[in-house]
Write a protein that binds this ligand. Structure first.
Ligand SMILES: [Zn+2]
Length: 299
């Protein structure tokens, strides 16, 4: 994605920019609260709409005033109001993280048509990161809709907005299609991105299986990166994988070094790092690549 012009709320609606940041934080905290429900229920194949949240131990329905993002957990001292069972600090952590990321997204993207797309993308990545860290799965009910949504956006956006949102259209090989319509270019970029993202992860998994005889990589990673690739295009997707592998390797070495019996088979939920890499990539990827090329390739 390239954001040539960052539309501020001030320039679009005449509302002070600080309002945009405050609203982003509050909206993010609320979405974070919903993501907690997704993270908790989707791996168990429960409905994310019904029933209302309840204490897992005593079954006490959580009242609206005890369900205020971040604040309620602090006010209750991290315990259920009724049975005093500790409530995981993951709940306020996800809410705070989502709130801060929404502020970051608003700061980077501004008040424009691509803002909701990036907010949905980042929210989905947060859900996948936390589900993978806890259950070592990346559920199809999240990765498939993300892939569908990505393809839809890549087909719809060029009809309404100039191609500036999709940076891979200016890059080989999609740039070769410059004679065809923006929709064709954008869709081709999406398909290429999905094949590169999913294909890369599939190849790594296959190689690993041949070399080590263990099935270390689930197909969840393949589907996740196919979806990321469809939205971001091949360049930013390879960057996401690179950033993910880099941060994953750093943390993996740290974890193995801390282990008493050095067991290198330790399975690392790679989706966490792919998710982090993808968030960095959608927000800063084009600038990172431009900086890299100008520093190491052209200069
Ligand atoms: Zn309780």
């Amino acid at each position: 994605m390239i954001f040539l012009v960052r539309d501020s709320l001030e320039s679009v609606a005449g509302v002070p920019e600080s309002i945009g940041f405050i609203f982003s934080f509050l909206f993010g905290a609320t979405i974070g609260s919903f993501l907690n429900v997704v993270i908790h229920r989707v791996p168990n194949e429960e409905s994310i709409v019904f029933p209302n949240s309840a204490c897992p131990r005593c079954g006490n329905a959580i009242k609206a005033y005890d369900n205020i993002p971040i604040l309620s957990w602090m006010i209750l001292g991290g315990k259920c109001r009724k049975c005093k069972e500790p409530i995981s600090s993951r709940y306020p952590a996800v809410e705070l993280l989502t709130a801060l990321l929404f502020v970051l997204v608003y700061w980077q993207i501004g008040f424009g048509p691509f803002l909701p797309v990036v907010l949905v993308f980042v929210s989905t990545m947060i859900a996948l990161i936390f589900i993978d860290s806890e259950h070592m799965i990346l559920p199809n009910v999240i990765t498939y809709p993300l892939l569908g949504l990505a393809l839809l956006i890549r087909i719809i956006f060029p009809n309404f907005f100039a191609g500036q949102y999709v940076s891979d259209m200016n890059v080989w090989p999609i740039s070769q299609l410059s004679g065809s319509s923006p929709v064709i270019q954008s869709a081709a970029g999406a398909v290429l991105g999905a094949v590169v993202g999913g294909g890369f992860l599939w190849l790594v998994g296959e190689l690993w299986k041949r070399l080590r005889g263990v099935d270390a990589m689930g197909l969840g990673d393949v589907k996740m990166m196919a979806a990321v690739g469809a939205l971001l295009g091949w360049r930013l997707t390879l960057l996401s994988i690179f950033l993910g592998a880099f941060s994953g390797a750093l943390i993996g070495v740290f974890l193995i070094a801390r282990q008493k019996d050095r067991d290198f088979q330790t399975q690392v939920p790679f989706g966490i790092f792919l998710g982090i890499g993808s968030i960095v990539s959608i927000l800063f990827g084009d600038r990172l690549i431009a900086w890299y090329l100008s520093t190491f390739m052209l200069g």
